[in-house]
Ligand binder design. Sequence first.
Ligand code: HEC
Length: 103
Amino acid sequence: MRRMLPVITTLLLMAGCGYAPPVVDAALVARASAAFPGTNQAQLEQARATYLTACTACHVVRDPSRYSAKELDSYLAIMGERAHLDAATQESVRRYLQAARTK
Ligand code: HEC
């Protein structure tokens, strides 16, 4: 069993750090601009970068698909404040995360 410990630890670490939020590809831009007219690729890329930096100051990056659209919006309202985002940045992070949800 002792010999398994490093293996188990490694697997747990991989599970914890393995998630990367989706890159901003054409499909994601299409989903975002259908839901939020006027959203463009540059805003979404900026929002993803903000998500990876400002939103990981206190915890690991979360998979937005784990939340309903409504849950995500209410977390964003609280977390945007914690991360000291201005209103426009918070809105574009919200759009990115909503479009990044896969279910
Ligand atoms: C100042 C610290 C801090 C910052 C910055 C922060 N969070 Fe959080 N967040 C927390 C704490 C504390 C919790 C509750 C404990 C936990 O689940 O880790 C939490 C929980 C969450 C949850 C719910 C987790 C769950 O499933 O219960 C989501 C989603 C979330 N944060 C998203 C974000 C997003 C998006 C940002 C960037 C806009 C952000 N957070 C920035 C501290 C922070």
